[in-house]
Design a protein around this ligand. Structure first.
Ligand SMILES: [Ca+2]
Ligand SMILES: [Ca+2]
Ligand SMILES: [Ca+2]
Length: 285
């Protein structure tokens, strides 16, 4: 009988932090769609690193005689010519070749009597040109100088009539600290760097939240908690992980998820070798 030795994910290094995927349209449309705005919303509350709903009421609340609570900052950012969302600078401002398109706040467009919805709904006119991609970055305070953490959505392709829902694009928490070297920092000490937590859409300031998986060796199945705004690949190798070069083969994958959900990926042809290793890879568009 074959005995399978399986490398588990999570702290056991089955997480592969993939590079942000490149997606540059081959042909760029010339026309800017000036007829319709870019509609952006967040359909579920964004929480801070500690799990509290971000503050912010509708800025027009005082017009209705209601209290106004300043809302946390929301940036809408164009991806830039290199085709990938870039990390923010050390002070939290937009980094790389990305361009700040516009800003809004948590609470914008929400019923004025709600002081802590953690959501917003607004429109930008004129929108970015239709060939462009944008993403949202949300901070845990109304200004960059007061913020300590941020969160980021997956990128959204501008298209006529489509609503950009940053919750479906995976933005649920402002868990990433401002001003740290994400690739060399593990703020919460759970074994995943802050950068890996950004890719896996886990809370970089919560040691109990990281990408991990259960492996069912007999049938080559891996189960894990998938997050919105991410797609996942199941990779397999029968190499020795101590080898200089380990060749991983992709054996199953998901589409881009639009809500958090439990995922089971199955190896369609589990090999009969004595040792098989599986690895779950999260990618962010
Ligand atoms: Ca960029
Ligand atoms: Ca971590
Ligand atoms: Ca974590």
């Amino acid at each position: 009988m074959n005995k399978f030795k399986i490398q588990l994910s999570g702290c056991a290094a089955a997480i592969l932090a993939s590079a942000v995927t490149l997606c540059v349209p081959a042909t760029r449309a010339l026309a800017q769609d000036v007829g319709r705005p870019l509609d952006v919303m967040c359909s579920t509350p964004v929480v801070d690193a500690g799990g509290a709903i971000l503050p912010g009421s509708n800025p027009s609340a005082p017009n209705f005689g209601m209290a106004y609570v300043e809302g946390s900052l929301v940036q809408i950012i164009r991806v830039g010519d290199n085709g990938v969302p870039d990390l923010p600078d050390a002070d939290g401002s937009v980094g790389g070749d990305d361009i700040l398109f516009d800003e809004t706040v948590i609470g914008q467009g929400i019923a004025p009597n709600l002081v802590k919805s953690g959501r917003f709904s607004t429109s930008f006119h004129p929108p970015p040109p239709s060939y462009q991609r944008v993403y949202a970055r949300v901070f845990d305070a109304p200004t960059l100088s007061n913020a300590t953490h941020w969160g980021q959505s997956a990128a959204f392709q501008i298209q006529k009539g489509a609503v950009m829902d940053i919750a479906e694009l995976g933005l649920w928490v402002t868990g990433i600290p401002i001003g740290v070297d994400l690739k060399n920092s593990d703020t919460d000490g759970d074994g995943a760097t802050d950068f890996e937590e950004l890719l896996a859409n886990t809370n970089a300031d919560d040691g109990d939240d990281f990408l991990s998986a259960q492996v069912f060796t007999a049938v080559g199945q891996v189960e894990f908690d998938g997050r919105a705004g991410r797609a996942y690949n199941l990779l397999r190798t029968t190499n020795d992980l101590n080898d200089a070069t380990v060749e991983w083969e992709s054996v199953a994958s998901t589409a881009l998820l639009t809500s958090p959900q439990s995922i089971i990926l199955s190896d369609p042809n589990p090999p009969s070798e004595v040792r098989v290793f599986y690895r779950v890879e999260a990618t962010i568009p």
